[in-house]
Design a protein around this ligand. Sequence first.
Ligand code: BGC
Length: 466
Amino acid sequence: MKSTKLKSLIRLLIVGMLAVTILTTRVQSAAYAALHVDNPFVGATAYLNPDYAEKVNQQATQTAGRLGEKMAQVATYPTAVWIDRIGAITGTAADGTKIARSLREHLDAALGQKLSGKPITFLTVFYNLPNRDCHALASNGEISHGGIERYKTQYIDPITEIFSDPKYAPVRIVAVIEPDSLPNLVTNLATPACAQAKSSGEYVEGIQYALDKLHPIPNVYTYVDLGHSGWLGWDSAFGPTVALIAETIKGTQAGMNAVDGFISNTSGSSPTVEPFVKEFTGDQPSQASNFYDWNPHVDEVSYMRAMYDAFVAQGLPKTVGMLVDTSRNGWGGPNRPTAASTSTDVNTFVDESRIDQRPHRGGWCNQIGMGIGERPVPEPYEHFDAFVWVKPPGESDGISEAGIIDPHDPAKGFDGMCDPNGTNRDNSKYSTNAMAGAPHAGWWFAKQFEMLVENAYPPLIKPILP
Ligand code: BGC
């Protein structure tokens, strides 16, 4: 008798505990859902980085005239804040001198810019994995192979502590996670630093750690980098990219729910839409051209639509949204084709019709001819959360000559792809198409800013009618 009573008491206790757990989880997830919207860009204004605006306005004032006016317009659009060193968290150089706004100062400024009753987005980039930029030298970082603990404790932990401050709850923090990292593990394993990043598991571990820390903060939104159409568009790379990234996400504490979406074209110049190349009427598709080399995706919209379907097929929620960095993929200016070519030769047709003026789609460093692209905008297409400006227009991709040290990031090097006189490392038939006179990655490159403004498409201000 006694033992039956005890048993039912225990049963009651277990049932009660279970109910409490379920209820708390429900309440927690309801509270999370109330704070965490599907698309952070909808209904929100965006943070304008005053440090960036200052650089733009300085050049605009110096330039003056109509061009200066166009330049000044760029300062009115939001750009990302790159957390590209541990020192960027406090805004200090290696020797401790204050050189920029700290992360807290940026977030405080965002609170200051917030309009009452409207949320504000704060676009930021995580970019400091061990062995960073493993396939190139231009953006090698401060943490080398073996430094995963440093990445976690000195980089991710302090950032997430700041993001968790309740004072920043009204800011929708949009985090781009480690550009180029996982894509490099798909196509560049022949490069020793990438092979090392793969075999050590440091890229995957670092990203999973970052997602585990960021996902529980309801006002933080995470977007994982997917390279761009001209890099991973081929079936041979596309499938393995999806597999690796889906597996990485599944391995986090929140599993499939750990991310809000994906981003393509970070710091890239691949067009959002190639308007004419699909019009070829010859017996082959335009993909048969040398330029496309059978890559089925000629632009970011096509690539990201396919990526959306592929990730949903992997089990990710249908609510995931895509972002495209459109800061430098406009390809306007006098060389922009205005109609499809009439040539019946596939190569001539593609070369005369494409807006992407690069000699090769693998060119990434300070590309000659690029222009500012679509302005940041929410929901440009179904399943696209926004067009954003991640790479601040005017900041260099890498230094164009050897032998100069970057005082902020001494690991940054000279990469042959930034050599204006060199050939494309991945395809020596083509030139690098890199501009001369470039400073280290991230530093202001006035000549490039001017070109980007001149070649903006859509143009920055309407042309004066004759
Ligand atoms: C550089 C970063 C910089 C970013 C934005 C990257 O290529 O490595 O240091 O913050 O570009 O300009």
